[in-house]
Write a protein that binds this ligand. Structure first.
Ligand code: ADP
Ligand code: MG
Length: 360
């Protein structure tokens, strides 16, 4: 079942002469009890989409349904939706417990119910010991927990989280990523999480929507997005990618034969609904490619220009005979079979279906 359906939403800012479409024909369905992430670079429209769902702003066109009901007539406080902002927006003069209970007070809930709920929330975010502290006297990570507890206290159906971890340092961010996953799992609330950090999106999400310039380019599970990016932008934005220029020489359903400057021809997959032809760009993940010691038939020939050791893996930088740079990533083991030297002639080959032709 869907918690939220966004249908053909457009949002335009600015004057009649100088319009910016912050969102353009955005459609997406978010399932109940899902950890759903909006991922994209700064300015692509993530916050705008959250604000429309929360009701802080209205779409210029299109509609948003919550459990099948159009929510346009509902003001923000009547929507079963709550938001955690990047800045936390806590009240510094109030205690941790008062902050968590604030939303419930505003809703006019009975005192006993508020107390019980606050106690439950303090436990959920592990802040019982600090409940009487003012929020100006706790750390950034603790403030983050209080902001989460406050947003969860009124038991929203959907929680919107706008880059909630971006103010935290690396170690705390990693901790809070796990903590957020746990909270989502334990409460069963649908989370719509916004980030510009691709690693955060891959590690936390059930599904990800990749956004660019007001559009959603692809929606899928982390593995789908990573292994089968639908467009060049997605492949480039998520993870490391090699790009190779080639020419399509023949094609059968789902597989194109692509020829390179070095005269090698290889089989490459392509997404549904896209017909590659002529000059194309091929994408290959560094860990889906292999080095072979001799540039044999069926491999793309080049020269090893640099070897970078990372402990867990090694990156081999290859200057292809066609002039492009290509990186092959090998996982290290204690018995790596072949050792290479800079300057060696090598060939590159790909795992089956690793090379993909994508829309530019
Ligand atoms: P993100 O959260 O992905 O960084 P935003 O949703 O904040 O992106 O912004 C998307 C685009 O809409 C940007 O070009 C931004 O400048 C523009 N924008 C957002 N809010 C407003 C506003 N209130 N008035 C004018 N332009 C806005
Ligand atoms: Mg934003």
């Amino acid at each position: 079942k869907n918690a939220i359906e966004v249908r053909g939403v457009r949002k335009v800012f600015g004057t009649a002469e100088n319009q910016v479409a912050a969102l353009d024909a955005v459609s997406v369905s978010i399932r109940e009890n899902e950890f759903f992430t909006l991922l994209g670079p700064s300015g692509c429209g993530k916050t705008t989409l959250l604000r429309l769902i929360a009701g802080f702003d209205f779409p210029s066109a299109g509609e948003i349904l919550l459990h099948g009901q159009d929510i346009a007539p509902l003001p923000p406080f009547r929507r079963p939706v709550n938001t955690v902002f990047q800045s936390y927006a806590l009240f510094p003069h109030m205690t941790v417990a008062e902050n968590i209970g604030f939303g419930l007070e505003m809703l006019g809930k009975p005192k006993a119910e508020i107390e019980a709920r606050v106690a439950q929330m303090l436990k959920l975010v592990k802040m019982e010991a600090l409940k009487a502290r003012r929020t100006s006297q706790i750390s950034g990570g603790q403030q983050q927990r209080v902001a989460l507890a406050r947003a969860l206290a009124p038991q929203p159906k959907v929680l919107l989280l706008d880059e909630p971890l971006s103010a935290l340092d690396y170690k705390l961010r990693k901790e809070m990523q796990i903590e957020l996953k746990r909270l989502q799992h334990e409460t069963g609330i649908t989370f719509i999480f916004v980030t510009h950090d691709q690693e955060e999106a891959l590690t936390m999400s059930d599904r990800i929507a990749v956004m660019s310039a007001g559009k959603i380019l692809q929606v899928g599970a982390p593995r789908d997005i990573y292994d089968r990016p639908a467009e060049r932008f997605v492949a480039d934005f998520i993870g490391e990618t090699n790009f190779l220029a080639g020419t399509v020489v023949s094609k059968k359903p789902g597989v194109a034969m692509v020829k390179f400057a070095s005269n090698a021809t290889i089989a490459a997959g392509y997404p549904d609904g896209f017909e590659p032809s002529g000059e194309v760009t091929l994408v290959v993940r560094p860990e889906h490619a292999d080095l072979v010691p001799d540039p044999a038939k069926g491999t793309i020939a080049g020269t090893l220009s640099n070897i970078v050791y990372f402990g867990t893996d090694t990156h081999y930088h290859v200057k292809l005979d066609g002039g492009e740079n290509f990186i092959v990533r090998h996982q290290n083991s204690r018995s790596s079979p072949v050792t290479y030297e800079t300057g060696a002639k090598v060939g590159i080959q790909f795992e089956e279906d690793a090379a993909r032709v994508l829309k530019d």
